[in-house]
Design a protein around this ligand. Structure first.
Ligand SMILES: CC(C)(COP(=O)(O)OP(=O)(O)OC[C@H]1O[C@@H](n2cnc3c(N)ncnc32)[C@H](O)[C@@H]1OP(=O)(O)O)[C@@H](O)C(=O)NCCC(=O)NCCS
Length: 165
């Protein structure tokens, strides 16, 4: 009985395609988002990363989901006041109650449409049931070489993360 309650496949929840939970966001950089040099605060980018990943995790799982772990973030190139922060997130791997989400962040000059890399990040979200406990998520549909490679790479990164717990 407990198995049926916690296993999404047993509950009749089929694997879900990566395309079903993709999330794209654009944020216009205003002076309140920036430091004295006119560049967006790293913490502001982190907040947008967290939001973009949370929407993706909640779309995939159909549950509330909380941030459990954020991999190292490397800020490659700044985004300035008057430019746009463009974010895209996708589920790269699913485990039991947790999901790995990749977020790619680019700066954009909205007049020229030029884009440049800003940050790439992996974030782990855990789906939460109505009692606030971790609950199983539908598996990622492994329907292509790309999704199978993505799941395998996510499983390797998971080992590294859990060894730090
Ligand atoms: C994340 C949290 C729900 C995990 O709860 P827990 O009691 O430790 O649960 P478990 O040990 O059963 O782990 C649940 C899942 O989280 C994963 N997890 C927990 N800590 C992790 C970490 N540091 N890195 C990666 N995954 C982690 C586990 O691997 C497990 O995944 P699985 O079910 O897919 O195998 C809990 O620690 C929590 O609520 N943290 C605070 C979250 C928060 O406030 N975030 C910011 C605001 S949204």
């Amino acid at each position: 009985m407990a198995e049926t309650k916690t296993d999404p496949v047993a509950r009749g929840e089929d694997p879900r395609a990566q395309s079903e939970s993709l999330c794209e966001m654009n944020e216009y950089v205003l002076p309140q988002h920036a430091n004295a040099m006119g560049n967006v605060f790293g913490g502001q980018i982190m907040a947008w990363v967290d939001l973009c990943a949370a929407i993706c995790a909640q779309r995939h799982s159909g549950r509330m989901a909380v941030t459990a772990f954020v991999d190292d973030l490397k800020f490659v190139k700044p985004v300035r006041v008057g430019e746009v922060v463009h974010l895209e997130s996708r589920v790269t791997a699913t485990f039991h109650s947790s999901m790995e989400i990749e977020i790619k962040v680019q700066g954009e000059n909205s007049r020229t449409r030029e884009r440049w890399p800003c940050v790439d990040a992996f974030v782990v979200f855990v789906a939460i049931d109505d009692d606030g406990k971790p609950t199983a998520v539908p598996p990622l549909l492994l329907d292509s070489d790309q999704t199978r490679a993505s799941q395998a790479a996510g499983e390797q990164r998971r080992q590294a993360r859990l060894s730090k717990r």
